[in-house]
Design a protein around this ligand. Sequence first.
Ligand code: FAD
Ligand code: NAP
Ligand code: SF4
Length: 676
Amino acid sequence: MSRTESPFPRLLEPLDLGFTTLNNRVLMGSMHTGLEDIPDSHQRMAAFYGERASGGVGLIVTGGFMASKHCLPEGAEPLYRIPGEINKHKLITDAVHREAGKICLQILHTGRYSRTENLIAPSPIKSPINRFVPLEASQETIEEEIESFVDFAEFCQKAEYDGVEIMGSEGYFINEFIVQRTNRRTDQWGGSYENRIRLPLEIVKRVRARVGEKFIIIFRLSMLDLVEGGSSYEEVLQLGQALCEAGVSIINTGIGWHEAQIPTIATKVPRAAFSWVTARFRELLSVPVISSNRINTPEVAEEILARGDADMVSMARPLLADSDFVNKAASGHADRINTCIACNQACLDHIFSGQLSSCLVNPRACHELELQLDKAAQCKQLAVIGAGPAGLATAVTAAERGHSVSLFDAADKIGGQFNLARRIPGKEEFSETLRYYQAQLDKLGVNVQLNSRVTVSQLNDSNFDEVILATGIVPRLPDIEGIDHPCIVNYVDVIKGNVEVGERVAIIGAGGIGFDTAEYLSHAGESTSQNIAAFMEEWGIDMNLQSRGGIEGVEARFAASARTIYLCQRKAEGLGKRLGKTTGWIHRLGLVKRGIKMLAACDYQRIDDDGLHLMVDNDPRLLEVDNVVICAGQLPLRELSEGLQKPFHLIGGADVATELDAKRAIEQGTRLAAVL
Ligand code: FAD
Ligand code: NAP
Ligand code: SF4
């Protein structure tokens, strides 16, 4: 296909690095998936990365591998020191090269973020997100650490990686040397800026000297630290230019330290929110520059490249969500891409709770060898009742395997509760999942019957071989005096806009839906997730890059809530404690900043014309509100299972409503369809 005919001409244009050419401008960004740490890790990583190479990614970067014993548990050694590891890594590089892909290994030194007692940093300053206090690295140790990077790069070359990425951002070891916040040294590694950037420059120079000219070196440069005492724009530029001189092949953008209290990749963050940062450096650097963060569609990626913000785009989670992203874009089927909705629920949340990563919208991610979707031995007539996430996942997976599938829903559109989720300000991405499923249903020829409330007798009279009941839930109505008062409304009617809600509201129940309902009711206009400048203003980020770290001295400006809202729960613990591990704090902080009042330890007494009467921590209170919104959890809706004379399966909310989320619904639907 010529450049003019290509649907995404800039994204699909090869990138010539002089000694090697990348097939296109898509970099699969580094993600620690947990595959690194399990017994058959290399076979599974080979399958994982091989599938992404086969999907057309231009260049893959692996998850970070530890460069130093100071990042690892006591007694453990970095890979490059372990005999036999090279051959295991060749499994990965071979799998990628077989598919004509290219792959770099990320070398990571976690510095003061290391979860081990022998951690080191430039100065003994504890990170707010780690309980361990680092030791100050001695001059001798610093020399050893530099050599670790160099030895690791040589190891990678022997294992036939196409290059390495040196992790210099996110507040890790190298980044800690660069800024005064964490570097208080007075020797040649601290003090002046020249001294503070000596470490990254020495690492790059010595790696280049060891591996020669024909090996990719990517440096992940923290262009916006988003912490007090971070780098200034001029400093980052000076370092970027010095890195080019030192021999890097590509500079990748790093945004925000892990300890920054600003969201950088969650679904609330606008798409391509930070490409303006990369753009400020690109023209002034002599190597290709990569933009990253919240780039999740080929259209957005193409716009970034067309605007000249970057030479390449990094997408990490979008390649978990769909390994075939690039091929689909290239073949004119971008509408069939399973888009990452930036929920973090099955990727980052898993990693931070010690589980293997996967993806909410693609449960095969990181399970490539075990969850295979082979053609079914026998084609069955299947009825799937309910087109929420569970039913959709079952229907498309079963149809893909060759079954004849009919999908029924009582509503006039597919999606179930996702049609509510996508109306929440900051969750607009959820619409993409429904667009993906619709495209799959069309492609696979699933017989979709909307506005069809199915009954048991219809099913018993039908020719279906098996029935999948994915009928979801009904909201729970708690047993509180006055629960039938006219001021009571449920979240479904509120979010659908079926009811008028007054200026003063109490929400009973502070789970995911209670929080989302508070978010919905507190907004008056456009959500900042749709407007980059408004988002930056809200979180206090200086788009002129005149403040250190992009934030120093800048005030965050959250719009006040459009209503007086009380969010209530019975549990005595802090509200939102059980929300997503990596995103709960964002929901909580956003609501608090906008003035939502959070009440724990509530004992609801009654609801009447005066409002909601309750005890809070044993103190009587009256919340004088116009409406009480009930978000008190859900119960399974499975009436069709009674009297059904066909073989049937219950999935999603219809199976278990407690702690139900779309991750479980989609995974259960997919796994069931894999064995039907
Ligand atoms: P549902 O989505 O409830 O779908 C059931 C479907 O069955 C419905 O479309 C219904 O019309 C249909 N149906 C029922 N009976 C019949 C019948 N007799 N005949 C035909 N059709 C029938 N989850 C997350 O993981 N992350 C989130 O961020 C998130 N945010 C949310 C925000 C909100 C506001 C809400 C309400 C939910 C959110 N969820 C989220 C939860 C998630 O949407 C649900 O867990 C998921 O939709 C459950 O899927 P399901 O397929 O089991 O059921
Ligand atoms: P939930 O998380 O189980 O929360 C229900 C809330 O209602 C809790 O605050 C609970 O806490 C309260 N409650 C339960 N029974 C009650 C009763 N009888 N009387 C009064 N209060 C009661 O359920 P949900 O908020 O309905 O969400 C449903 C599912 O959707 C969740 O499991 C969640 O995973 C998913 N979801 C996820 C997200 C996300 O961002 N990841 C967003 C929305 C929804 P107390 O008992 O302490 O009062
Ligand atoms: Fe994206 Fe959510 Fe999948 Fe993670 S789990 S890759 S954030 S869709």
